[in-house]
Design a protein around this ligand. Structure first.
Ligand code: FMN
Length: 401
């Protein structure tokens, strides 16, 4: 990975090393992928304001997430089936996150189980919960997370029904999975991947395997998962979860101001402005376009986190400037994992940290708490103007004249 200088390099490496079906699974969005692309396009439209001759010699990217001190405002978000991008992928990613001093989130649909990860790392991680119809199973998952001292529960609320990813169906990564011959042949020519996955702890959903009565093997577990997403899920269920999990709660998948206000009433510690990385409602707004409205509405009552499209430290800076306290990444670290296991994830985190640090300097800010909308330019058809308190200065001045 000597020549890796950016997340795109890791993506290219992962594309070569990970079998096509699993690389596509990580990269794809739902339906025509409008929201997936909007996440990136809208982030790129947020222009940073270059400032000069500011003494930025004493810079600090550290901050807190959920009250814990972290060296940068970043966490690894939950990604299902991470262990199929690289053998024991969840353990590698968790180790890299912890070495970098940032949180790691284990998905309900991980390959390594809660216990697999807990026994191989020495610090608590976050656990992400999908609420299944089988509430007894949900309760047992929360209890298992609690038993290994997970330090936060990330409740994902934007997946009551599954958005369709066309490419997964074409590749046979559907429910139940039935990989096509060409995919199996493609795996055979990725020897490092085969070795890492075959020497991994598991090849199936670790949190489910042996915990769901009568279900064994990846096919029947996948079928069970497919039948278990609960369309009746409502805010009342959040109260129920709160009664079982008194610890820190993060509600992930908020894309609307009204929902953000409802989330504050649950007593959750944080919410994540997220559209599931463009994998659920296609045609939904990009995460970055709704972030300022959500942050303005509820940012003083609940910690606002952000994800969707982050590939650079500049993107983290943009999100912070628009009101996020911290960011989650998904694909950026999954590409690192596919490219080189733990070292690849570590590289992804380090790339983003360095880019954030340099971009803070070039926008004239020395600490995370100094980041605000004043470091952004608002784009209009007539060019760019600095933003002050979220409003365009040029427009304010014109209004006054
Ligand atoms: C391959 C993949 C699997 C995912 N699995 C989950 C999951 O199991 N639970 C969840 O809450 N979010 C899941 N997500 C969404 C991520 O947590 C996150 O919201 C998203 O990846 C952010 O966008 P980004 O990939 O552009 O950073 C998944 C995302 C990807 C790419």
């Amino acid at each position: 990975m000597k020549n890796v200088t950016c997340i795109e390099d890791l993506r290219q490496l992962a594309r070569r090393k990970v079998p096509r079906a699993f690389f596509d699974y990580a990269e794809a969005g739902s339906y025509s992928e409008q929201t997936l692309h909007a996440n990136r396009a809208d982030l790129e439209r947020v222009k940073l304001r270059q400032r000069v001759l500011v003494d930025v010699s004493a810079r600090d990217t550290s901050t807190t997430i959920l009250g814990e001190k972290v060296p940068m405002p970043l966490a690894l978000g939950p990604v299902g089936m991470t262990g199929l991008e690289y053998g024991n992928g969840e353990i590698h990613a968790c180790r890299a996150a912890h070495k970098a001093g940032i949180p790691f989130t284990l998905s309900t649909l991980s390959i390594c189980s809660i216990e697999d990860v807990a026994t191989t790392v020495d610090r608590p991680f976050w656990f992400q919960l999908y609420v299944m119809k089988d509430r007894g199973f949900v309760r047992s998952l929360i209890e298992r997370a609690s038993a290994v001292s997970c330090s936060a529960l990330v409740l994902t609320v934007d997946l009551q029904v599954l958005g369709q990813r066309h490419i997964d169906i074409k590749n046979g990564l559907s429910v139940p999975p039935s990989l096509k011959i060409r995919n199996l042949a493609n795996m055979a020519i990725k020897p490092r991947w085969v070795f890492s996955v075959l020497s991994g702890k598991r090849w199936t959903f670790g949190n489910l395997d042996g915990h769901v009565k009568g279900m064994e093997g990846v096919k029947s577990l996948a079928q069970w998962v497919g039948s278990q997403f609960d369309e009746t899920l409502s805010w009342n269920d959040v109260d129920w979860i709160r009664s079982i999990w008194p610890g820190k709660l993060i509600i992930k998948g908020i894309l609307d101001v009204e929902d953000a206000k409802l989330a504050t009433r649950t007593g959750a510690t944080a919410l994540v402005v997220s559209n599931h990385g463009g994998r659920q409602l296609d045609g939904a707004a990009s995460s970055i376009s709704v972030l300022p409205k959500v942050a303005d509405a509820v940012g003083s009552e609940i910690e606002v986190m952000f994800d969707g499209g982050i590939r650079t430290g500049q993107d983290v800076l943009r999100a912070l400037a628009l009101g996020a306290r911290s960011c989650l990444i998904g694909r950026a670290y999954i590409f690192g994992l596919g490219a080189g296991g733990e070292a690849g994830v570590a590289r992804a985190i380090d790339i983003i940290r360095k880019e954030l640090d340099v971009s803070m300097a070039l926008t004239g800010v020395k600490s995370v708490k100094e980041i605000g909308r004043h470091i952004l330019l608002q784009q209009s058809s007539r060019g760019s103007s600095p933003l002050v308190n979220g409003r365009c200065i040029r427009r304010q001045v014109r209004g006054r004249l």
